[in-house]
Design a protein. Structure first.
Length: 279
């Protein structure tokens, strides 16, 4: 799908949103930027910004008029109490998908590894997760991302709304600890992933592990071949710098979601390796 329609980017005032706004504008895309917070940078060429709340369905519908893609990076981006997450991340996502349905637009949803964070870390390459693994959210935030991916599944099956779900690991300038040597997604790889989404002829409903070409990745098969994306960066160049940095919480170090797993953790014993195994 490629045309001259504008692209709507939510969460434009956040760290990833600002990077994508600069990068996509530099590639010549026309952008509509929105966030509940003011845009803190100089406005990129070909972009316009309007403050809006994701819970305001009328405002979201108006911003989405005539767009080809909605890049949904908005909402609560860290683990918070359920009541703080519910409105932006659940009701707000409904407004995004309803706008996409009306406009015939694609949705690219910034999902998260925290939707599967209570899977244990692989001990061997053959233990890596594929994108069709069970959801095992590690937090209310992760739960909202699992909900978002399932909403995309329903809107594709029921309404034909094409959508892609970036199950982002850790998108920072550099990894900051040993875990991120497995989960790191460079900002350059994210920008290339979004560009591949915009130019792909077919999406359907797709899930992609959002991580760079890290040899110690926790994750394996996904739908990246459908859009022709392959990461170019690699976290191993940071191993000497951060490979020794670990936490002192067993729940962090056992599970893929890291620190979110230990927040509020009250189990006396670890959960079983397969929460759905009834044998």
């Amino acid at each position: 799908m490629s045309d001259n329609k504008p692209i709507l980017l939510t969460g434009a005032s956040g760290g990833l949103g600002r990077m994508l706004a600069r990068g996509l504008a530099g590639l010549g895309y026309r952008l509509r930027l929105t966030d509940i917070a003011p845009f803190p940078d100089a406005m990129p060429e070909g972009a316009a910004f309007e403050r809006a709340d994701l819970e305001d369905g009328v405002a979201i519908a108006r911003l989405a008029e005539g767009v080809s893609h909605i890049l949904h990076f908005g909402g609560v981006s860290t683990n918070q109490p359920f009541e703080e997450i519910f409105g932006p991340n659940l009701r707000g996502l409904f407004h995004i998908y309803e706008a996409a349905r009306r406009e015939g637009a694609r949705v690219a949803f910034a999902s998260s590894n925290h939707s599967i964070g209570f899977h244990t870390r692989p001990e061997a390459e053959g233990d890596r997760l594929d994108a069709d693994c069970q959801f095992r959210p590690d937090s209310f935030y992760g739960l909202s991302k699992a909900y978002g991916e399932l909403m995309g599944r329903m809107y594709w099956d029921k309404h034909g709304v094409e959508n892609i779900n970036y199950r982002i690991g850790s998108c920072f300038v550099e990894p900051i600890d040993r875990r991120m040597l497995s989960t790191w997604l460079s900002q350059g790889d994210l920008l290339r992933l979004v560009q591949a989404t915009i130019t792909a002829p077919v999406l359907g409903h797709a899930v992609i592990w959002g991580c760079s070409a890290n040899p110690q990745s926790y994750w394996e098969q996904d739908h990246r071949g459908r859009i022709g994306w392959a990461p170019q960066d690699n976290a191993e160049v940071f191993r000497d710098k951060v490979g020794h940095i670990v936490s002192d919480a067993p729940a962090n170090e056992r599970h893929q979601g890291g620190g979110y797993c230990a927040q509020g953790y009250s189990r006396a014993t670890p959960p079983p390796l397969d929460a759905f195994d009834l044998d």
